[in-house]
Design a protein around this ligand. Sequence first.
Ligand code: UDP
Ligand code: XDX
Length: 325
Amino acid sequence: MGGLGSHVLHGPAYRASDWTAEGLLERKGDRTVSVVVPAKNEESTVAAVVERIIADFVRADGSGLVDEVVVIDSDSTDRTADVARAAGAQVFSANEIRPDLGSVPGKGEALWKSQHVTSGDLVVFVDADLVDWGTHFVTGLLAPLLTDDAVQLVKAVYDRPMIDATGREEETGGRVTELVARPWLALHRPGLAGIVQPLSGEWAIRREALASYAVPVGYGVEIAALVDTFDRFGADGIAQVDLGRRTHRHHRHDTLGLMAVQVLAAADRRRGGGVGGAGGDDAGSTVSLTQYARGTAGFEPRVTDVATGERPPADSLRMPSADAR
Ligand SMILES: O=c1ccn([C@@H]2O[C@H](COP(=O)(O)OP(=O)(O)O)[C@@H](O)[C@H]2O)c(=O)[nH]1
Ligand SMILES: O=C(O)[C@@H](COP(=O)(O)O)O[C@H]1O[C@H](CO)[C@@H](O)[C@H](O)[C@H]1O
């Protein structure tokens, strides 16, 4: 089965049930696999994510499907790091990785820095706030990369219902997907109309491809990787796998406004093509977003400086003489 090119309008070309871990192990050969879990204040869910993946796929003698599970902690103020470490993950604080390059807040910063403390030829990203999910997410995401050399990036596809405070399923999730990412793709990359979940936080990629991309420091990391892969490798470089259903912790709408700025900023840098965004390291760039809430004196502005910068391709950086860890 091919990547998106052979299934542009038919959604995911792969299903999680297509391959078992044992079957993929036979295809793995000498390739290595890193699972990276970005986490910010996820003490209530990160342990289950880490423990289940380690239990199913990591073996002490290194013969398992997954070679390392790494949590990148983004300045959590709860016990995320301790809980993740107790669950068996290697845990790194994002701001302690490559301190020579400084540190900025953001999910993309965490994923970019993970490249400096992991070694897998294939990298699987899994959010730390997952609630309804399964370890078939890992096998499903790895299968296209282990069985089709043309595939560079694998995107998860799933039902993603919004669960309200009472546990009732409301409308489907993916609010920034539906209101920002999909419209932008329709306008500027119609060839990606077949991507069902362009912003899915569960994805897998060949290290070599990721290391060649500039990486937005915030929530633009997913749209950037998708567009950069499409621009460089075409539709056949992208595969989608149906993982069934996923629920996670949801942000309030106003917080998603910040995410929307970051998704748009990353996409707009790529509007005219040119893989890897603008290049260079402007990680500290920000844009002011003004939102409003009614106060005692009427509607009061609330201004947030949103990080819209990008890190340069990891393979463009000289490693310091000392260990980067
Ligand atoms: O600065 C950040 C922001 C988010 N995250 C993690 O990235 C994943 C996705 O973020 P979030 O849940 O906020 O996004 P959503 O899935 O709600 O769009 C989660 O595991 C977060 O803990 C992170 O590591 N650093
Ligand atoms: O898809 C989306 O619209 C956002 C928000 O999802 P919800 O509206 O909270 O279900 O969530 C995704 O987008 C982020 C930006 O790419 C990713 O980092 C998240 O992992 C992903 O869940």
